[in-house]
Ligand binder design. Structure first.
Ligand code: DX5
Ligand code: ZN
Length: 216
């Protein structure tokens, strides 16, 4: 079973990003999750290429970019140039998702698709075999520090069934409200990767918190 931990930069100290990224570098985290928000697809604006470029220069972990933006196709090349490892687009933001996924892969990145909490897993029936990862949102996207939506567990079960049926190799990532009360069960039900923002960066000892998540 995979246990890929991806702390979300959204909850880091933006006045002193270097310190938090050095902590991530020293930690047992596998990836650094980058939440890119445009104020249109979600009711919040986060950060863009200047910040990602600065992060890339000092971060030794793989960059896992989660695009909460409309028209993500406009920026695929720029994320490839920025050196991100995996590029994650929302199902709800892509009219031609198959084309988008092929372009991401052609540019050498892992291709992932995200579903909002209200979007059923069944919409992935004809694309799941083409993606490297599916992210199930366990909060409504836009903000860190929200409460975990319990229905996520049954969506993981549905997604695992679909992945098996379609002979897909897609990983399952969960994002939103992840902490020590749900991480163990999420892994048990079938998650391969957990994103955690508030729980990691607002804990007393982020290094220990990451190590604990990894061991759940
Ligand atoms: C929410 C983002 C998440 C968020 C997770 O829109 O996609 O990645 O940062 O934060 P927590 O772990 O604080 O819910
Ligand atoms: Zn995210």
């Amino acid at each position: 079973m995979n246990r890929i931990i991806a702390p979300s930069l959204l909850s880091a100290d933006f006045g002193n990003l270097q310190k938090d990224i050095e902590m991530i570098n020293q930690s047992e985290a596998d990836w650094l999750h980058l939440d890119v928000m445009d104020g249109v697809f979600v009711p919040n604006i986060s950060f863009g290429f200047p910040v990602i470029k600065a992060v890339k220069e000092i971060c030794t972990k793989k960059l896992d970019a989660h695009l909460m933006i409309v028209e993500p196709d406009k920026y695929i090349e720029r994320f490839a140039d920025a050196g991100v490892y995996s590029l994650n687009v929302h199902f709800e933001a892509c009219v031609h998702l198959h084309r988008t996924i092929q372009r991401i892969k052609k540019l050498g990145m892992k291709a992932a698709v995200t579903l909002n909490p209200h979007t059923p897993v069944s919409v992935l029936t004809d694309i799941v075999q083409d993606v490297d990862m599916v992210l199930l949102m366990s909060v409504n996207p836009g903000f860190g520090g929200q409460a975990f939506i319990e229905n996520t567990y049954s969506k993981i079960t549905d997604l695992k069934e679909l992945i098996a049926k379609k002979d897909s190799k897609a990983l399952i990532q969960i994002d939103g409200g992840v902490n020590n009360t749900n991480a163990k069960k999420l892994f048990e039900v079938g998650a391969d990767s957990l994103v955690a923002g508030h729980y990691v960066f607002h804990s007393k000892d982020p290094l220990a918190t990451i190590a604990d998540l990894k061991k759940m």
